[in-house]
Design a protein around this ligand. Structure first.
Ligand code: SF4
Ligand code: SF4
Length: 331
């Protein structure tokens, strides 16, 4: 069944009454970030890509996992209550597909990360298809990617003239349509329109993987990393980077907390071990690791790249490093 929404504003304002709703929100002239909105008017519909991704709304940049309290006879761990029912609205398909990649990583090999899933399970993602891409976008280079990709979304909205066409992707999406049925109109007309034609040329990921398989010792890595500052911006703006650090704070002898905070493989101390040895002290190795992890090791393990082609790492790199160029030149 195909649906349309004629008045998105009224629907979102209605959802805000029952859900914590996040959407792209303009912070200043050049910055739009995800933030909670109290009305549809706070949603920035103009921007294609927010400066940072929607990832942090579920996999927080820094979060307290639990409090630690010493009691007379034991040590207690106190976890946060369940999170509120949440909607991420206005997500782009590349960010939504990032959640799908993270879902696999956080539920893998007999380990399920409950801290991630208690938010993920309570969150519905309402994405919006992209019209005109940015020059840094390359989502169509991936088998499940594209400006109309539904992967990772619960509902996908596509603006056609002045109405939104609705793709109902999951049961969570179906429930929203059922609960708010007076805002959705059934249609039998085929008004779908694909945006793919406007996307830049695709990169052949299969060929790149074959080249990466044989290029670990390539002299190419000796020089290609030189402009890179190893600042880590590329990893922090990425919807799929997931490395973290665990720290514990002790407040006094009776209580403390354990926190999880994003970390980055571009940092020198990321791989430093307790005895001081560091297998990736050389910046070349860190640069190579980022490329190899996303486009070789992850493909070996999961049969897909750890990248959605959002292009943020290209757009925000202060040194002008372009991952597409690195991959096309590697041999
Ligand atoms: S590639 Fe760019 S953004 Fe990433 S660490 Fe190097 S300088 Fe920073
Ligand atoms: S590696 Fe770059 S282009 Fe790929 S998902 Fe991460 S930020 Fe986006």
């Amino acid at each position: 069944m195909q649906y349309t929404i004629n008045n998105l504003k009224v629907l979102i304002d209605e959802l805000i009454k029952n859900y914590l709703v996040y959407s792209p929100k303009r912070v200043n002239k050049t910055t739009t970030l995800y933030g909670s909105i109290a009305s549809f008017s706070e949603y920035d519909s103009e921007v294609l890509l927010t400066n940072t991704t929607a990832k942090g709304l579920i996999y927080s940049q820094s979060e307290r996992l639990f409090d630690i309290k010493k009691r007379a006879d034991a040590v207690g761990l106190i976890e946060e209550d369940m999170v509120k029912k949440t909607i991420i609205f206005g997500c782009r398909p590349c960010d939504a597909r990032g959640f799908s990649l993270l879902d696999t990583l956080f539920d893998w090999d007999n380990y399920r990360d409950e801290y991630y899933f208690r938010k993920r399970d309570n969150t519905a993602v309402i994405s919006i298809s992209c019209g005109q891409p940015e020059t840094t976008c390359f989502c169509t280079s991936f088998k499940d990617g594209g400006p109309d990709s539904t992967v990772g979304s619960d509902l996908l909205l596509t603006l056609i003239k002045d109405i939104y066409l609705v793709d109902v992707v999951t049961d969570k999406g179906k429930k929203i349509v059922e609960d708010y049925q007076s805002y959705f109109y059934q249609t039998t007309e085929d008004i779908a329109e694909k945006n793919e034609n406007r996307m830049p040329e695709k990169i052949n990921m299969g060929v790149i993987k074959q080249r990466l398989d044989d290029s670990f010792e390539s002299p190419y890595w000796d020089t290609v990393h030189l402009p890179c500052l190893k600042c880590g911006v590329c990893t922090f703006v990425c919807p799929t980077c997931y490395c973290f650090d665990i720290t514990e704070k002790e407040f006094d002898y009776t209580c403390g907390e354990r926190n999880r905070t994003w970390d980055t493989c571009m940092s020198e101390i990321f791989t430093r071990m307790a005895g001081g040895a560091n297998p990736r002290l050389d910046p070349k190795r860190r640069f190579r690791q980022r490329m190899m992890h996303k486009f070789k090791y992850h493909v070996d393990n999961f049969n897909e790249e750890l990248c959605t082609g959002c292009g943020r790492c290209i757009k925000y790199c202060p040194a002008g490093v372009d991952v597409r160029k690195v991959l096309e030149e590697v041999k």
